[in-house]
Write a protein that binds this ligand. Structure first.
Ligand code: HEM
Ligand code: PLO
Length: 477
């Protein structure tokens, strides 16, 4: 069964029966860093065994682009794991679904719905600006207090996806929002953690703390999704499509889905629920995480902070140079230095294929280590240094990546479905906040750690900040 040294295969870490290469990985909670360092001994492309699964680890942008773009279709599969199967009811969502006609159809539907309600349209800009304004009000009220911005950033971002998915939003202290915060944290803490249950599915019969937590959290999430679904079904009259949920219901009612799908394929209630669950979950956890990283880096690098001291611009900032100075140049660098999804979502080869000169068998799991791609010293000058200016062109006007070794949203047919939405949110939220406030570390506290916590997203440890309204924005000035 095992042939780690098959013809032309990548070099493999030593593997033991049953556990595979687990011993080399055990005790390293920061899996992306461990896999990054293993390059020293095994080269940038190597293989390992997770239990009985053959895993290929890609650490260079050339190989990453080959997998995602040039041979995108051959590597478009997803592995099935115990935790993601629970999360997505056996892959009925988009992110953890295997490649196939249903997955394609779900992607197309969401894409169409997102462009209709938001992307690129004024509606989306209005929704985000409304939430940004409300966030700034809250920060203003808490001025000069040491504040954990986490929950407020989460609420602002949640309300944007809530508007898109369900045409609703949450007020401060809303119990449903508090419940969502809690279950989502539980899911982030447990899902896709290459925990023992995912490596040895038969361990499921033993009680497992993480698995129990995940199941508890999923129960709460499923209740919430089901409730939104039922409300929409009851109110839906077929013509006025107000949100993603309505758009999905409409497709089901129209003949479109039956004619667009091959006989025997059906978009079930579960597919609709899991699709919305994905967009809602991805919409909240990713963007919030980037915003927290952005704030944290500003505390560490105050000199790249306020370019706009003293200027007061009502409404949205509009001059291009100001735009780039306030918000635009920051998020590309934040996404480089702390990629939200440091190992993407694992891909699976759907046929015998190759990467570079190495042959890769069908069914191999392929992990793209985005951390390595974004910290490659041959591509990036001082990769651990936060330097938003590296993404500005010579005139300081436009954003461009100085290296092709940059793939924060992945690429190719599995590229992030929320890329446009996410970029717009990051830009607008950062622009609104940084234009109005200077962010400082409370005096009695050390600078918070820049070390992330590895998981399905690279999480930020909790920290507090003082948001001071800039002089130009104080009432009466
Ligand atoms: C997939 C990054 C925001 C929806 C992904 C992947 C990455 C990523 C790296 C995996 C690509 C792969 O496996 O090759 C990000 C980042 C975000 C962000 C950095 C924020 C800054 C969002 C938002 C949404 C979203 C706001 C929802 C509207 C999805 C979905 C997938 C995905 C549905 C799965 C696509 C598939 O498997 O076909 N994202 N994402 N993401 N993202 Fe995002
Ligand atoms: C986040 C917690 C939610 O409660 C459920 C959820 C759904 C979709 C997941 C998301 C979580 C984490 C980030 C993921 C997203 C799909 C695509 C995205 C994995 C688990 C990324 C960054 O790849």
């Amino acid at each position: 069964r095992r042939d780690p040294a098959g013809p032309g295969r990548p070099r493999s870490l030593p593997a033991l029966p049953l556990v595979g290469s687990l011993l080399q990985l055990a005790g390293h909670p920061q899996l992306h860093l461990r896999l990054w360092r293993l390059q020293g001994r095994y080269g940038s492309l190597y293989a390992l065994w997770m239990g009985s699964h053959y895993v290929v680890v890609v650490n260079s942008y050339r190989h990453a682009r080959e997998v995602l773009l040039k041979k995108g279709k051959a590597f478009a599969g997803r592995p099935r794991t115990v935790t993601t199967d629970l999360l997505s009811r056996g892959g009925k969502d988009i992110a953890f679904a295997s490649y196939g006609p249903l997955w394609k159809f779900q992607r197309k539907l969401v894409h169409a719905a997102l462009s209709m309600f938001g992307e690129g349209s004024l509606t989306l800009e209005r929704i985000i600006s409304r939430e940004a304004a409300s966030l700034c009000e809250t920060l203003s009220a808490a001025q000069d207090m040491a504040l954990d911005m986490g929950p407020e950033l989460t609420r602002a971002v949640t309300n944007v996806v809530c508007s898109l998915c369900f045409n609703s939003s949450y007020r401060r202290g809303d119990p449903e929002f508090e419940a969502m915060l809690e279950y989502s944290q539980g899911i982030v803490d447990t899902v896709a953690k290459e925990s023992l249950v995912d490596i040895f599915p038969w361990l499921q019969i033993f009680p497992n703390k993480d698995l129990a937590l995940l199941k508890r959290c999923l129960k709460v999430r499923d209740q919430l999704l089901q409730q939104k679904f039922t409300e929409h079904k009851e109110a839906f009259c077929g013509d006025a499509v107000k949100d993603l949920m309505d758009a999905l219901l409409q497709v089901r009612l129209s003949a479109e889905s039956s004619s667009a799908l091959a006989p025997g394929l059906e978009l079930t209630d579960d597919h609709l629920l899991m699709t919305v669950g994905d967009i809602f979950g991805a919409g909240v956890e990713t963007t919030t995480t980037v915003l927290k990283w952005a704030v944290l880096y500003l505390l560490h690098y105050p000199e790249v902070g306020p370019y706009t001291q003293g200027s007061r611009i009502p409404g949205l900032p509009s001059q291009p140079c100001l735009l780039s100075q306030i918000g635009l140049v920051r998020h590309p660098e934040v996404l480089r230095i702390r990629p939200v999804s440091p190992l993407l979502i694992p891909h699976v080869s759907l046929a015998d294929t190759s990467i570079g000169e190495y042959s890769i068998p069908k069914g191999a799991r392929v992990v793209i280590n985005l951390w390595s791609v974004h910290h490659d010293e041959k591509e990036w000058d001082k990769p651990e240094e936060f330097n938003p200016g590296r993404f500005l062109d010579e005139q300081g006007q436009h954003i461009h990546s100085p290296s092709p070794s940059y793939l924060p949203f992945g690429a190719g047919i599995r590229v992030c479905l929320g890329k446009v939405l996410a970029k717009m949110e990051l830009f607008l939220f950062l622009a609104w906040v940084l234009q109005r406030f200077t962010l400082e570390c409370p005096q009695d506290q050390p600078l918070p750690s820049l070390e992330g916590k590895f998981g399905v997203v690279l999480q930020v440890q909790k920290f507090r900040v003082k948001a001071r309204l800039r002089d130009a924005w104080r009432v009466g000035s």
